[in-house]
Design a protein. Structure first.
Length: 294
């Protein structure tokens, strides 16, 4: 698929190119698994959606499909603020789907709000780690953010090596890969036991040993990915500039400043404040609303 700097494009029922000719896969709400509202199908909460998505006192109620389609139309018409507002209201219902987050990322990018754009591309990837479009757009947004603001804090950007390693794939993909290698190893061991001594058996023993080591490594990466999701909460800085303070109060001293899109570790919360930790170990407090939890 061809790419260009303007290849941030919206997923919708209508295929559309963005300069580069890249096409996006269609969004198909009628499928049984798309989208789900906290694990329940859309139809189960249509009444709630209709009440939430009222436009004015005399406006008609909308279903999820209608609201989504209207947001797509607003995006293509250049009304990015309205598109973002419509998609945000879908999330508030809540509709938790990778395409909603993906489209929000595109809308915020067009509005120049890189923090929320990066946050929603990250959310889209968390829900669908195989999405090349979301990954490419995330990298593009981070590159633009890096040009816009230069950090003076060394080591603030970038995750530790183990975090980057386990984040290469989603937990389900790691699990499938581990199970495949596990059964391949068992099959190879069974074949070795049935073979007579000779060069072929020696070669199979060496191959089995190598596959076993890779299987063990995959198991460690799977365990690390599960641990990362359960015990290491991460977040994204939303404003262009965010002052990190020494304590959970607006009157405390500013320790340092971070920029939009920076990944931070969430340490603690209280009274509307959140303690964050950077990749280099620096910590401080910021208003909770200024960081999007992944």
């Amino acid at each position: 698929m061809r790419r260009s700097q303007c290849s941030l494009s919206l997923r919708s029922g209508a295929r559309r190119a963005c300069g580069s000719g890249a096409l996006e896969r269609p969004f198909a709400p009628p499928r049984p698994h798309t989208p789900h509202l906290r694990g329940k199908p859309v139809r189960a909460l249509c009444a709630v959606v209709a009440l939430v998505l009222m436009v004015g006192t005399a406006a008609r109620a909308e279903t999820v499909d209608e609201a989504y389609s209207r947001a797509v139309q607003d995006y293509y018409a250049g009304r990015y603020d309205k598109a973002v507002d419509g998609l945000e209201r879908l999330l508030a219902v809540p509709v938790e789907h990778e395409d909603v987050h993906y489209n929000l990322g595109c809308g915020y990018f067009r509005l120049g709000r890189l923090g929320p754009a990066i946050y929603h591309f990250e959310r889209a990837l968390a829900l669908d780690p195989s999405s090349d479009d979301a990954r490419f757009n995330l990298e593009t947004s981070r590159a633009v953010a890096a040009v816009r603001v230069k950090d003076e804090i060394k080591g603030a950007a970038g995750d530790p090596l183990w975090v980057r390693a386990v984040s290469l794939l989603g937990p389900h993909t790691w699990a499938i890969l581990f199970l495949f290698l596990w059964w391949a190893t068992l099959g190879a061991i069974f074949a070795v036991r049935r073979m007579s001594h000779g060069p072929a058996r020696a070669g199979l023993v060496a191959t089995t040993s190598l596959v076993g080591v890779v299987t063990l490594l995959c198991a460690l990466l799977l365990a690390g990915r599960i641990y990362l999701g359960a015990r290491v909460p991460m977040g994204i800085v939303l404003p262009d500039q965010l002052a990190v303070r020494e304590g959970p109060d607006g009157g405390t001293k500013v320790s340092f400043t971070v920029h939009a899109g920076l990944r931070v570790r969430l340490q603690a919360r209280g009274d509307g404040w959140m303690r964050i930790r950077l990749a280099n170990g620096l910590e401080g407090w910021v208003p909770q609303r200024e960081v999007g939890a992944l």
